[in-house]
Structure formats: C-alpha cells, structure tokens
Design a protein around this ligand. Structure first.
Ligand code: C2E
Ligand code: MG
Ligand code: MG
Ligand code: MG
Length: 287
C-alpha cells in the first residue's frame, strides 16, 4: 500500500490534500478507539416551555474529548462516523447514555423530562433500529414517550416511503419524533402530513434573523401556525436574545432552546440547573 501511494499517482496529490488525508486517517483510527477509551461525553441543553418558563426537557449533544485535539465538536466527526459505519456503535452509546441519564434525573425527583437525541441517516435506516431502541428503553427503564428522536428533513425526504415505514415502526414504540432544522430542507407539505411526527424544530438561521429580517419573521410565524394546524409542537432552536424570545412568545411558539437560557452543558452542570430550579424569566410580554 505504501508502495502504491509512493508511486506515480502520488504526484497528483497536492500537499494539502495529502495532509487532509493523513488527518482523516488518523482521526478515523482514533475514532475507532474512542468508545472503549470512553472519550465521548454528552452535553445537555435545556428546552424550556415558553408559556410556563419551566425546563421540560433537553437535547443530548455529543462531544469527543480527544487526548490531543481537546474537545471535538460533532461536525468534525459525525460525517466520518457515518462513512465508516462507526455511527452504529456511537449512536447506540448516545441513545443508551441519554436514556439512562434521563431516567436517573427522574429518579432524583427532578420531574419528568424528555430527552431529544439526534439520529443520523445511516442510523435511521439501520435494520434493527426499532428493536435496538426498544432494548435500550427496557434496559434503562425510561418510558418511551420521554425519548424524542430528532431527524432532519433531508434524511426523511431521501426515500419518503421507506421513511414513513420506519417512522411507523418507531411510533409503535411510543417514542416521540421531531424534524430538526426545519425549513432548511425542502419537505413538501403533502409529505409532512403523512409523516407520523410530533415536533417541528425551527432552524436557528430563521430564529437568528427573525428580529431583523421580516422574511425570516414571516417564515417563523408560518412554521408555528403550520405546526399547530397539524397538531405538532414547535421548538425554536438557537434562541440567543430576549428580543427573539419575546417575539416567539407573541407567536405562541411552544418551546425554546438556545444560549439565551443555557449553552449545552455537561450532565453534572445540568443536574445543578435542575436542582436550582432555574426558570425562564416571565416578565413582560406575558399577557
Ligand atoms: P443540531 O441537532 O441542530 O443541534 C443544535 C446545535 O446548535 C448544537 O451544536 C448546539 O450546541 C448549537 N446551539 C444551541 N443553542 C445555540 C444558540 O443559541 N446559538 C448557536 N449559534 N448555536 C446553538 P453542536 O452541539 O455542535 O451539534 C451540531 C450538530 O451535530 C447537531 O445539530 C446535530 O446535527 C449533530 N449532532 C450532535 N450530537 C449528535 C449525536 O449524538 N448524534 C448525531 N447523529 N448527530 C449529532
Ligand atoms: Mg438536533
Ligand atoms: Mg437542530
Ligand atoms: Mg441546526
């Protein structure tokens, strides 16, 4: 192999391409070992009911504590995990850890929280998905309606009929389903009606500009009424300012998530937030 690489073809690689390839190979090797070396952690970001101000759940977000690179964010390794198939083991670890943690917060008396977990495309089409989620729920003792799976539009639209079938299998387990980054893909309204889902999560790009750009404000408003007409909950992601929050409250958005309330934090910190009973300030715009 080294011989092949060192041959004539080698000159076609630019130094930069070569460096990238080497980085990729080394990250891939590290990724293979990361699970058993326990280098993954989940951070949790609160989801807050906009009407009551209370924490109703959290999104679990994976981080990789790499021995030399430090904290690596998911956009740097989830794609690679997908390509290599490692997403199977990593995804199962995420689901198990998130469900076990949620159950332990429930046992600690912090109320009944729902945990949202992101699924990637390859995980979604994995043959034993429904069975493996059923097993994880049984092992951890978490009631299925406290688990919410986040799926992207493009993942669902890739093969609509297959997606509907998988969603129906998951629905039979009584887990909740959410469309993440809603508005960035191109799902047709006709399909949206056929997907057995529970939540639309408005992409943060619309939330970010909704107080500056009237087009984005209209999009947010339309997604909220669309969701409510379809009897779905709406979560706004990436809420960073009081102004955005007020606007979302007026538009009767159900749940907010974003830096304005809290960054994603390690489990211990999240436990602390729950113990303190942190709530969203309800002053102004309430009535
Ligand atoms: P996502 O599911 O849309 O997650 C929301 C992302 O927005 C997170 O980035 C979060 O840290 C960030 N965020 C939250 N609030 C704010 C805010 O107020 N402002 C801004 N600018 N950003 C905010 P993160 O953790 O880097 O995750 C990026 C993406 O990686 C996620 O996007 C999700 O698609 C994927 N991901 C994360 N964890 C997992 C996982 O366990 N499995 C899979 N398959 N994908 C994951
Ligand atoms: Mg998500
Ligand atoms: Mg999202
Ligand atoms: Mg997003």
């Amino acid at each position: 192999r080294a011989k092949e690489m060192g041959g004539n073809n080698f000159q076609f690689y630019t130094a930069a391409m070569n460096a990238r390839l080497l980085e990729r190979l080394s990250i891939e090797k590290d990724l293979r070992n990361a699970i058993e070396r326990e280098e993954f952690v989940l951070h949790y970001q609160p989801q807050v009911d906009i009407r009551t101000g209370r924490i109703v759940g959290m999104e679990a977000l994976i981080r990789w504590q790499h021995p030399t690179l430090g904290m690596v964010l998911p956009h740097r390794f989830i794609g690679l995990a997908e390509e290599t198939g490692l997403i199977g083991v990593i995804g199962a670890w995420v689901l198990h850890t998130a469900c076990a943690q949620t159950k332990s917060w429930e046992r600690a008396g912090y109320g009944q929280l729902r945990v949202a977990v992101n699924l990637s495309a390859r995980q979604f089409t994995q043959k034993d998905l429904v069975q493996s989620i059923a097993n994880i729920l049984a092992e951890t003792g978490l009631a299925p309606h406290f688990l919410e799976l986040e799926l992207t539009e493009s993942l669902l639209m890739n093969d609509v009929e297959a997606a509907i079938e998988i969603l129906q299998g998951l629905r039979a387990l009584h887990v909740q389903m959410s469309i993440d980054d809603f508005g960035t893909g191109y799902s047709s309204l006709a399909y949206l009606r056929r997907f057995p889902i529970d939540v639309l999560k408005i992409d943060r790009s619309f939330v970010r500009d909704m107080t500056l750009d009237s087009d984005d404000a209209v999009i947010v408003k339309s997604v909220i009424s669309l969701a409510h007409n379809l009897k779905l909950r709406v979560v706004a992601e990436g809420v960073e300012t009081q102004e955005q929050l007020m606007h979302l409250r007026i538009l009767e958005c159900d749940v907010m998530q974003g830096y304005f309330f809290s960054n994603p934090v390690p489990a211990e910190t999240f436990g602390q937030i729950l113990r303190e009973g942190k709530c969203l300030a309800m002053e102004a715009g309430g009535s």
